[in-house]
Write a protein that binds this ligand. Structure first.
Ligand code: NAP
Ligand code: MG
Length: 400
C-alpha cells in the first residue's frame, strides 16, 4: 500500500514516562505503516530538558509558531521529588506553562465520547469543549491580613504620578482579609480571538460568561472587549456558518450547561475554567479520554492529551509488570495534528486518515475491547480488559 506523503513537517514534542512508551508504539503500530511521517523532533523528556537547560522547550514552542502545527506528549513538571529522582540542575518550569507563554495561547479541552461510557449527565449527547483564560485574576493575586482597626484602599497611580484612591473596607469592627487582582486588555483580547477563531474552525457555537452585574468594571471589561472583537472581526463569519456567540452570566451559564445537549465551546474566566474543567472531565467519564489543544491568536495549534505521564503505570512497566494504560487521548493528539496539517497543506488524505483512525479507536471500545480505566466504567456486557500494547494492535487490525 502507498503511504500518505506529507509536505510540511509536524513539530513533534516527545515526553516522559508511560506516555513516552505509548508515543513510540503509536508511531510504530498506527502511524508509520500508513504515513510517510515528516516531523521536526524535539525531545522534551526531562533528561533532555535538563541537558539543554530547558532550551529545547523554548525552541519547540518557537517551531510550533513557525510551522503552525505541533503534537505533544505528556511531560513531567518537576517538583522536589523529581529533582532528586533525575538529579536535575534546577527545578525546571512546567513545559506547558513555557509553551503557553510563548504561543500566547488558549487551551481548549474536549472529551471523546463512545457508546458504553455514558456521561453522568444523561442529556449530554455531544462534547462540551471548555476554554480557560490562563492569565491573571486570582492566580496572580496580592493578598494581606488586615488587623482590626485597619483600613484598606485601592490606589492606582497613572504614568504622571497622579493617584486615584478607593476605599475597599474600613476594618474598625473586625480584623479581616484583602486581595488585589488584575487582568490586561491585551490578554483578554488574545483569549477572545483564540476562542472566536476556534469556534469558526470547529463550526461550533461559543458561550462566554462572567459576573458583570456584580463586577461592574472588572468583569464588565471582559464582556465589553469580547463584544467589540466579535462585532468588528468575527460576526460575519459566525453568521455565514450559522453559529452563535452567546454571552450570559456565569451562574446562568452553569445552569444552561447542565440542561444542554452539548456540542458547543464554553469559554471561561481563569478561575471558572479551573473549576469547571475538572467538573466536565469527571462528568464525561475519564481523564484518559480528554483531548487538549493550545491555539495561539495567530492561528498556530499544539495538540496533546489532557492527562499526565501516568507515572504509577510506568513504574509497573519498568518492573516488567503488565500495564493497561489508555492511549486514546494521545492517539487523538496525533489525529488532531495530522488533520490540521492536511487542511493547511491541502492534503485531503491526512484528514481522511485521522477520521479513520479515530473511528477505529471508538469502534474498538464500542466492541468491548478496552483498557482498565474504561473497563471499570463501561456498561457493555461483553467488555474485555486488554493491556496497553494489545489495545493498539486491536485498533490497527480495525484499520484494515
Ligand atoms: P496523570 O499522569 O494524569 O495520572 C493520574 C492517574 O490518573 C493515573 O495514576 C491513573 O490512575 C489515571 N490516568 C491518567 N491517565 C491515564 C491513562 N491514559 N490511562 C489510564 N489511566 C490514566 O497524573 P499524575 O500521576 O498526577 O502526574 C504524573 C506526571 O504527569 C507528573 O509529573 C505531572 O507533572 C505530569 N503531568 C503532565 C501533564 C501534561 O504534560 N499535560 C498534565 C498533568 C500532569 P490509576 O493509577 O488509578 O490507574
Ligand atoms: Mg482545576
Amino acid at each position: 500500500m502507498e503511504r500518505i506523503r506529507m509536505k510540511t513537517p509536524l513539530v513533534e514534542m516527545d515526553g516522559d514516562e508511560m506516555t513516552r512508551v505509548i508515543w513510540k508504539w503509536i508511531r510504530e503500530i498506527l502511524l508509520e505503516p500508513y504515513i510517510d511521517l515528516k516531523t521536526e523532533y524535539y525531545d522534551l523528556g526531562l533528561e533532555n530538558r535538563n541537558a539543554t537547560d530547558d532550551r529545547v522547550t523554548v525552541e519547540s514552542a518557537e517551531a510550533a509558531l513557525r510551522y503552525g502545527v505541533a503534537v505533544k506528549c505528556a511531560t513531567i513538571t518537576p517538583n522536589a521529588a523529581r529533582v532528586k529522582e533525575y538529579g536535575l540542575k534546577e527545578m525546571w518550569k512546567s513545559p506547558n506553562g513555557t509553551i503557553r507563554a510563548i504561543m500566547d495561547g488558549t487551551v481548549f479541552r474536549a472529551p471523546i465520547l463512545v457508546d458504553g461510557i455514558e456521561p453522568y449527565i444523561p442529556t449530554w449527547k455531544a462534547p462540551i469543549t471548555i476554554a480557560r483564560h490562563a492569565y491573571g485574576d486570582v492566580y496572580k493575586n496580592t493578598e494581606a491580613l488586615v488587623p482590626k482597626g485597619g483600613r484598606a484602599e485601592l490606589v492606582v497611580t497613572d504614568a504622571e504620578g497622579n493617584e486615584t484612591r478607593k476605599l475597599i473596607h474600613d476594618f474598625s469592627n473586625s480584623a479581616g482579609i484583602v486581595q488585589g487582582i488584575h487582568n490586561l486588555d491585551a490578554s483578554i483580547s488574545s483569549f477572545a480571538r483564540c476562542a472566536f477563531r476556534y469556534a469558526i474552525d470547529t463550526k461550533q457555537s461559543l458561550w462566554f460568561a462572567a459576573k458583570d452585574t456584580i463586577s461592574k468594571i472588572y468583569d464588565h471589561r471582559f464582556k465589553d472587549i469580547w463584544a467589540e472583537i466579535y462585532e468588528s472581526e468575527f460576526k460575519a463569519d459566525f453568521e455565514r456558518l450559522g453559529i452563535e456567540y452567546f454571552y450570559t452570566l456565569i451562574d446562568d451559564a452553569v445552569a444552561r450547561v447542565v440542561r444542554s445537549e452539548g456540542g458547543f465551546i464554553w469559554a471561561c474566566k481563569n478561575y471558572d475554567g479551573d473549576v469547571m474543567s475538572d467538573m466536565l472531565a469527571t462528568a464525561y467519564g475519564s481523564l484518559a479520554m480528554m483531548t487538549s489543544v493550545l491555539v495561539s491568536p495567530t492561528g498556530a495549534y499544539e495538540y496533546e492529551a489532557a492527562h499526565g505521564t501516568v507515572q504509577r503505570h510506568y513504574y509497573k512497566y519498568l518492573k516488567g509488570e503488565e500495564t493497561s494504560t489508555n492511549s486514546v487521548a494521545t492517539i487523538y493528539a496525533w489525529t488532531g495534528a495530522l488533520r490540521k496539517r492536511g487542511e493547511l497543506d491541502g492534503i485531503p488524505e491526512l484528514p481522511a486518515f485521522a477520521d479513520r483512525l479515530e473511528k477505529a479507536c471508538r469502534e474498538t471500545i464500542e466492541s468491548g475491547v478496552m483498557t482498565g480505566d474504561l473497563w471499570l466504567l463501561s456498561k457493555l456486557p461483553n467488555k474485555k480488559k486488554v493491556n496497553t500494547r494489545q489495545f493498539l494492535e486491536v485498533v490497527a487490525s480495525r484499520m484494515g
